[in-house]
Design a binder for this molecule. Structure first.
Ligand code: SAM
Ligand code: SF4
Length: 321
C-alpha cells in the first residue's frame, strides 16, 4: 500500500525506448534514443526485476516501450514473466506492426492481453500521425484476434483537427470485431508544441458527441483490465468504449495502482512527475531490488502534475506508456 491507501500491484515494464514509428505525441522529432545497447536492461535482468516485484505482491505486468516488438528477445521476456508464481495478468502494448508474426509466440509465452494503438482508419491520417505502415497494423490486429488472446483493446490518442473525424469509424471497426476501444487524452510527453489548446480534445467532449449519436451507458467493472480507463457501452451499436482522461478527470490518480520500470533501469513512481529511482545499480551490483521497488511505492505522489505547467523531461517513448 502507498502513502495514500492505494494498493500498488501493477508494474509497467518498458523494454526499449526505440520504435519503428514516430507518433507526434510520443517521439520528439530527431529523438535518437540511448546510444549504447548496454544502456538497456537485458531480458534476464528484466525478468529478475519482475520476479522481485512478484515476491512483494505485484500481480499485474505489462511490457511496453517504445515499441516492445522491435526487441528480438521480447518473447523470452514474456515467457520469463509468464512463469512467475501469482501472476494475474501479463499485457503487451504495441503499435501492432509486428503482430502478424508475433501474436502466436506471445500468446504461447503467456501474454494475456494486448493493447494495440490505432489512431486512425484512414491510412493517410494514420501515416500523418505515426509515420507508420497501416496495412501491417491491420494484418497484426487480425493475427492477434486469430491467436485468441483473452483481451485485446485498441487505443486512440485524441487530437482535435487531426483524428477527431476518425472516432466513429474506429468505434465501428472495434465493435465489428468485438474489441474494446479506448480514447486517451493527449498528455504533455513529447515536444512542448504538441500539447496545445488547439490540439487538445477532452474525453468529455467526445462522450457528449457519442451520447448524441447513441445510448451511452457507464459500465461498472467490465473486467477489462486494471488500468485507469472508465468504460461505457454504446447500446445501439453494441460497442464498448473506454476513456482515459488524465488531464480532465477529477481524481484521475485516486485509483492508480502502478509504478514503471524504464528500459534503462529507472523506477518511475508516477508518469506525470519527473522523480525516478535508480534500479540499474541494484540489478547489476547485486543490491536489493525489492527494497528499491518498495521505496518507489512509498514515494508515489498523490497525483501527477500535468496541469501545473509540466514540461516533458523524458519523452513518452523513453518512459513507457
Ligand atoms: N508502441 C506501443 C504503442 O504505441 O502502443 C507502446 C508504447 S506507447 C508509449 C503506449 C501508449 O501510450 C500508446 O497507446 C500511445 O498512444 C500512448 N501515448 C504515447 N504518447 C502519449 C501522449 N503524449 N499522450 C497520451 N498517450 C500517449
Ligand atoms: Fe512508437 Fe508507440 Fe510511441 Fe507511437 S506511441 S512512437 S508506436 S512508442
Amino acid at each position: 500500500m502507498d502513502g495514500y491507501g492505494r494498493v500498488i500491484d501493477y508494474l509497467r515494464i518498458s523494454v526499449t525506448d526505440r520504435c519503428n514509428e514516430r507518433c507526434l505525441y510520443c517521439m520528439p522529432e530527431g529523438y535518437k534514443g540511448w546510444a549504447q545497447k548496454a544502456d538497456h536492461l537485458t531480458a534476464e535482468e528484466i525478468v529478475r526485476v519482475a520476479a522481485a516485484a512478484a515476491g512483494i505482491g505485484f500481480r499485474n505486468f505489462r511490457l511496453t516501450g517504445g515499441e516492445p516488438t522491435i526487441r528480438p528477445d521480447l518473447v523470452d521476456i514474456a515467457a520469463g514473466i509468464g512463469r512467475l508464481p501469482g501472476m494475474a495478468s501479463l499485457g503487451v502494448s504495441t503499435n501492432g506492426t509486428r503482430l502478424a508474426s508475433l501474436s502466436g509466440p506471445l500468446k504461447d509465452a503467456g501474454v494475456t492481453s494486448l493493447n494495440i494503438s490505432l489512431d486512425a482508419l484512414d491510412p493517410t491520417i494514420y501515416r500523418q500521425i505515426t509515420g507508420g505502415d497501416f496495412p501491417s497494423v491491420m494484418a497484426g490486429i487480425q493475427a492477434a484476434i486469430s491467436a485468441g488472446f483473452p483481451r485485446i483493446k485498441l487505443n486512440c490518442v485524441l487530437m482535435r483537427g487531426v483524428n477527431e473525424q476518425e472516432i466513429w469509424p474506429l468505434i465501428v471497426f472495434a465493435a465489428e470485431r468485438a474489441l474494446a476501444i479506448r480514447f486517451i487524452e493527449l498528455m504533455p510527453l513529447s515536444n512542448e508544441d504538441v500539447l496545445t489548446e488547439k490540439n487538445f480534445l477532452s474525453i468529455n467532449e467526445v462522450r457528449e458527441r457519442l451520447a448524441e449519436r447513441d445510448n451511452l451507458v457507464p459500465l461498472d467493472n467490465p473486467g477489462l483490465g486494471c488500468g485507469p480507463a472508465r468504460y461505457h457501452r454504446l447500446t445501439g451499436l453494441g460497442a464498448t468504449v473506454g476513456f482515459i482522461g488524465a488531464i480532465t478527470t477529477p481524481d484521475f490518480c485516486g485509483s492508480c495502482n502502478k509504478i514503471r520500470l524504464t528500459a534503462d533501469g529507472k523506477i518511475r513512481p508516477c508518469l506525470g512527475r519527473h522523480n525516478e529511482l535508480d534500479l540499474l545499480a541494484s540489478v547489476r551490483n547485486g543490491g536489493g531490488i525489492a527494497g528499491v521497488l518498495q521505496e518507489a511505492i512509498a514515494l508515489k505522489p498523490e497525483d501527477h502534475e500535468f496541469s501545473e505547467c509540466y514540461k516533458p523531461g523524458r519523452p513518452m517513448t523513453a518512459i513507457g506508456g
